[in-house]
Write a protein that binds this ligand. Structure first.
Ligand SMILES: Nc1ncnc2c1ncn2[C@@H]1O[C@H](COP(=O)(O)OP(=O)(O)OP(=O)(O)O)[C@@H](O)[C@H]1O
Ligand SMILES: [Mg+2]
Length: 249
């Protein structure tokens, strides 16, 4: 049984169709990439899955339960966590307090929330920032705290919305390694949207491509990037040419 099953999900904003009949699964042992041009509907789909937006039609099943009518906090308690494309640091929180917002999803005790937060921060290599104020951290570090906060809820599935955006190449390499460890060592399934294609290609077992709200391709990364429809809609000839010249994926 799939961990996440998205069945014909559509999302309309007035006359604008942001998602149209999107269907796919994510298994517990998978990393799935969701790619497509700006405005394709990737973030909207995340918002529908995570209970931030009600869907217009279709269903979302998570861990054997129909979560379509559930709200964001209910979905989060079931073990479906997400990061936000636009991360806003809460001004007067220390790093550890920010991460505890995640661990309070699974415990009511302040002590165990703090312990869980510190364990996750240790795992992500940011334990030494525990006492710093969120707003004092550089962007890359703030993003890692956002990841820690999502992970502190002990999710089965993590939705990652452009966690690589704005990072330099060595930070990207570090993030790829970290996400691989989150998947293999903590057993968390990942669904990630990303314009940093190198991340998608290196991490994903399977890639879904959205264009204008619709799924136009699905398959193994190496196959999908050769699909003429995907090249037309998103990758462009430039990417294909680089591949032929033996450039990096
Ligand atoms: N709350 C909203 N109200 C109205 N329209 C919205 C809303 N959120 C998104 N949209 C529209 O839905 C479409 C899909 O947007 P979405 O943010 O999901 O795209 P995306 O694939 O995440 O793009 P990007 O790669 O730039 O992050 C766009 O046309 C966008 O303007
Ligand atoms: Mg987006």
């Amino acid at each position: 049984m799939a961990l996440l099953r998205i069945n014909n999900v559509s999302k309309h904003f007035g006359g604008l169709v942001a998602n149209r009949d999107v269907s796919f699964d994510v298994d517990q042992d998978e990393v799935v990439g969701l790619i497509g041009p700006n405005g394709a509907g990737k973030t909207t789909l995340f918002n529908c899955i995570a209970g931030f937006y009600p869907v217009t039609s279709g269903t979302v099943v998570f861990d054997g339960q129909d979560i379509t009518p559930l709200r964001d906090f209910q979905v989060a308690r079931m073990g479906l966590a997400r990061t936000f494309q636009i991360f806003q640091a809460s001004g007067d929180l220390k790093v550890v307090e920010n991460v505890m917002v995640g661990s309070f999803m699974r415990t009511g005790s302040r002590g165990s929330a703090r312990r869980a937060a510190l364990e996750v921060m240790e795992f992500l290599g940011i334990a030494e920032t525990a006492g710093e104020m969120m707003t004092e951290l550089p962007v890359a570090a703030q993003k890692r705290v956002a990841l820690a906060t999502a992970l502190a809820s002990d999710p089965k599935l993590l939705l990652l919305d452009e966690v690589g955006a704005g990072l330099n190449p060595s930070e990207i390499d570090g993030l790829i390694a970290l996400l691989q460890r989150i998947h293999t060592e903590r057993g968390v399934a990942l669904l990630l949207t990303e314009h940093v294609l190198e991340m998608v290609m290196k991490l994903s077992h399977r890639v879904i491509v959205l264009e204008s709200g619709q799924k136009i391709a699905e398959g193994e990364p190496a196959q999908v990037v050769k699909d003429p429809e995907v090249v037309r809609a998103y990758l462009g000839d430039h990417y294909v040419k680089r591949q032929k010249e033996g450039g990096d994926a």
